[in-house]
Design a protein around this ligand. Structure first.
Ligand code: MSP
Length: 506
């Protein structure tokens, strides 16, 4: 993050189904990154939205017996409400049926057209509506789509093509010269091999489609859904409608995607941008796929996890913490409610919650509910705080979010140990003069924990700062200022308050 703007995106979601935990995951990560960027003082854009011009949405509308527009309006509203109710801080929610998006797509297609990168040809291919993409015979397993296990439709059409293959060398050079562009590394290897061996020109229109954005140069054809959807990352920051906004925020710092859509984002999309003469996003990071209790999540198995139900049961902080701590970001993972409960009890209720209650309880008791004044501090606590910030920064920069949390929990462990070793309840009788030094260090330590975890468990972190009498001050302070040791003002009133994470019922 070197510029003072930060622009992060999630994929835009098909509206043929409701959001599940896998979709919420990407937005939780984007939300944590956006919150941290704001705490660092960055002017932040966090874009999410819905992908509406897809054939699969048309089929879902037919199944629901609704006109397509009415159906996508209704479903897009459900996605938006879900994301709002999960407390995400996206700054915009784009829909690909909006005029601003259509205007931007037209501008974009014109740029590619004028470059001479679009030509007309005839195409025969096997199209899987579930994937919204063509397959080759060799890609199929026993004649069916490897993802959806259904037979694709054989389609022969006159289409317009994008000269994707003309960008092979340019793409490979770019990826080689920008080792951080595609992450994690395993995904970069996969993309490079695809570009080298398989990448061909791609059909970017569909004939006689009743739904989709018409190709301005030949309105009898509709633009292929991926060619329109990817452009949302531009139109969401004003491309084709607000040049000043676009110049300010593009290129994005980060596209977050699932591993299944990496080729679209790391081959087709950069080639499209090169063709249109636009800069490339700084980084595309692909996360893994979720199973549920070890099984693939699917409607037919009836194990689709609803993020809203989990958030209602355990609180959004717990869901955010569990997902980011449990699954090393970038790898496949398993969602298990049992594991979530274990982490809730062990690391939230008994970890950060218990530490906060103990330290603030002792400050109420031994320091008259005020931050004590002390010239001396405990060097081990100060050193642990500095170490936690250093490790946390490095982890956030590489998106190793589980390590970022790990470093905060190491600090919690040091603070817990300090409470036990110093035993203020004994000091009160044996050496009360030492109490201010010990409790100042612990309260200051708790303040640092709150700042370290703020992007991931915002409600709890704000609860901690509020109990420290710090919330108003913290809201007007950047992370750079907050990380300095010793800024907790002596004399400030504190309170123990209610538990941050009330224990779960059995
Ligand atoms: N509309 C396209 C994206 C266009 S972006 C210009 C799309 N939509 S999707 O709704 O099918 O999927 C959106 C994202 O959800 C993908 O990144 C996909 O990886 C993610 N997930 C869907 N199921 C998932 C899991 N079971 N686990 C984790 N993420 C998963 O693709």
């Amino acid at each position: 993050m070197s510029r003072d703007t930060f622009y992060v995106t999630t994929p835009i979601y098909y509206v043929n189904a409701r959001p599940h935990i896998g979709h919420a995951y990407t937005n939780i990560v984007a939300d944590a990154l956006a919150r941290r960027a704001r705490l660092l003082g960055k002017d932040t854009i966090f874009l999410t939205g819905t992908d509406e011009n897809a054939q699969k949405n048309v089929e879902a509308a037919e199944k629901a017996g609704k006109p397509v527009q009415a159906y996508v309006d209704e479903m897009s509203a459900i996605w938006r409400q879900t994301f709002d109710s999960l407390g995400f801080t996206h700054t915009d929610f784009i829909r690909t049926t909006e005029p601003r998006h259509i205007a931007g797509v037209n501008t974009f297609v014109k740029a590619v057209w004028d470059k001479g990168d679009i030509y007309k040809g005839s195409y025969t291919g096997l199209y899987c509506v579930g994937c919204e993409q063509f397959y080759k015979e060799a890609d199929l397993i026993n004649g069916v789509c490897p993802v959806h296990k259904t037979a694709p439709n054989q389609i022969t059409e006159e289409n317009y093509f994008f000269k994707l293959s003309a960008y092979r060398e340019k793409l490979l050079t770019y990826i080689c010269e920008h080792p951080d562009f595609i992450q994690p590394t395993a995904r970069r290897t996969e993309v490079v091999s695809y570009i080298e061996k398989f990448m061909e020109d791609v059909s970017i229109t569909r004939q006689s489609m009743q739904w989709g954005i018409p190709l301005p140069q030949d309105p009898t054809q509709a633009i292929y859904v991926w060619f329109d959807a990817l452009v949302n990352y531009l139109t969401g920051v004003g491309y084709g409608t607000d040049e000043a906004q676009f110049q300010k925020y593009w290129p994005a710092q980060l596209h977050l995607v699932g591993k299944d859509i990496i080729k679209f984002h790391c081959a087709l999309w950069p080639a499209m941008l090169m063709s249109a003469g636009l800069p490339l996003p700084e980084r595309v990071f692909a996360h893994g796929y979720f199973t549920v209790d070890g099984e693939k999540m699917s409607k037919s198995l009836g194990n689709v996890v609803d993020p809203v139900a989990i958030a209602e049961k355990y609180g959004m902080d717990a869901l955010r913490y569990y997902l980011l701590r449990e699954i090393p970001f970038g790898e496949d993972g398993d969602f298990s409610e049992v594991r979530l409960r274990e982490r809730f009890a062990g690391e939230l209720a008994n970890g950060v919650g218990n530490l906060t209650a103990r330290v603030l309880g002792m400050a109420e008791k031994y320091c008259d509910a005020k931050v004590p004044a002390s010239d001396a501090v405990l060097p081990a606590v100060q050193a642990a705080v500095e170490k936690a910030w250093k490790e946390s920064d490095a982890a956030w920069d590489t998106l190793a979010l589980h390590h970022a949390l790990g470093s905060a929990w190491e600090l919690i462990a040091v603070l817990d140990k300090t409470v036990n070793d110093e035993a203020p309840w004994k000091l009160e009788k044996e050496n009360p003069a030492r109490i201010p030094e010990v409790l100042y260090s612990l309260l200051e330590g708790v303040r640092h924990v709150a700042w370290l975890v703020w992007p991931v468990i915002p409600t709890a972190a704000e609860g901690m700062l509020e109990r420290l009498g710090e919330l108003d001050r913290a809201r007007n302070m950047g992370m750079q200022e907050a990380r300095a040791w010793g800024t907790l003002p002596a004399g400030q009133t504190i309170r123990k308050g209610e538990p941050l994470f009330p224990r779960l019922e059995e």
